[in-house]
Design a protein around this ligand. Structure first.
Ligand SMILES: [Zn+2]
Length: 309
């Protein structure tokens, strides 16, 4: 409780000084921002890419967290607060993804929209998070179609003159999402019954595992400050040994050290890095959300069928 108050007053201070800063430099700062387009901020890079597809050329979309950032426990900077104060709309994922967001958004006047509204959540079954919704709903392209509908509504309210464009951008992006979804399910359906276990660091694949009928296992349920516990690692080792799992994976935004321990103890292959909580840089393997899904489906399929040996 005491900590929360401290954090709040700290944020208030940050925001006050940030506001002071921006009003001092307003003349110069304004001219460098883009020619009068409404500014939309998202909490992470994956949402920014999806939003960009819906916004087309009409809105300026930017992510608060940068490529590779840990998004669950992110600590907003004074710059973030200043930027958010100038935004016309902020999009967050919701489902408890952004632990920092509620206090952050209280510091600004910008309206915000939860893009996962209407998604059927899958609950986390283990540890301290048991019974809470798994936040990684975007790992199902079908869920992202709902994100898109929510964005079309929010953008149309923000910029009614371009509502028809948002609608048609949204429809064509939803078609692309459906294609990626069908490919994903088709590709992963080729895995033999014995090799349908998806073992990752974070429990970020519940939605994808449901869609593709995989058996999901993970070292820890949701990224948090503490490292994997010895118990979490040993129960993953047991599962991999017991089920003869050929390959295991880890996500790009966390250390793969605990999973390397599982590899050493079991002889399973390290199947590769999967992307969930962040895109890559533009010249990396997953600069867009659609590429992220394709990359993960390919990596999982190749490693579990021994295609990478
Ligand atoms: Zn995550």
């Amino acid at each position: 409780m005491g900590m929360q108050i401290n954090l709040k007053s700290k944020l208030a201070l940050i925001s006050a000084s940030a506001l002071a800063l921006t009003s001092c430099g307003a003349g110069n700062a304004e001219s460098s921002s883009t020619e009068g387009k409404p500014q939309v901020l998202t909490t992470f890079t994956v949402l920014a890419d999806i939003a960009d597809n819906v916004a087309g050329e009409h809105l300026e979309v930017e992510s608060i967290t940068k490529v590779g950032a840990e998004i669950h426990g992110y600590e907003p900077t004074p710059k973030d607060v200043a930027k958010a104060s100038e935004a016309d709309l902020i999009l967050d994922n919701g489902l408890n993804l952004e632990a920092w967001f509620e206090q952050f958004v209280e510091q600004t006047d910008a309206p915000h929209e939860v893009v996962s509204e209407g998604v059927e959540p899958i609950d986390i079954s283990e540890d301290a998070y048991a019974g809470k919704p798994n936040p990684h709903a975007w790992m199902s392209p079908v869920n992202v179609q709902i994100y898109v509908d929510n964005m079309v509504d929010a953008f149309s309210e923000l910029d009614p003159d371009h509502a028809a464009d948002f609608q048609s951008n949204g429809e064509s992006y939803k078609d692309e999402l459906q294609t990626v979804q069908d490919d994903l399910v088709g590709e992963l359906s080729t895995l033999p019954d014995k090799e349908r276990a998806l073992v990752t660091c974070e429990g970020a694949f519940s939605y994808l595992a449901r869609d593709a009928d995989l058996d999901e296992r993970y070292i820890w349920p949701v990224n948090a400050e503490q490292e994997a516990t010895p118990q979490q690692i040993s129960s993953t080792i047991e599962f991999v040994k017991h089920n003869d799992v050929p390959a295991v994976f880890c996500e790009s935004t966390v250390s793969d050290k605990p999973m390397r321990q599982v590899v050493d103890a079991t002889g399973a292959e390290f199947g590769g890095t999967l992307y969930v909580d962040s895109l890559s840089e533009a010249d990396g393997p997953v600069p867009t959300y659609l590429e992220l899904i394709k990359h993960d489906a390919d990596t999982i399929t190749e490693a579990l069928t021994g295609g990478n040996k």
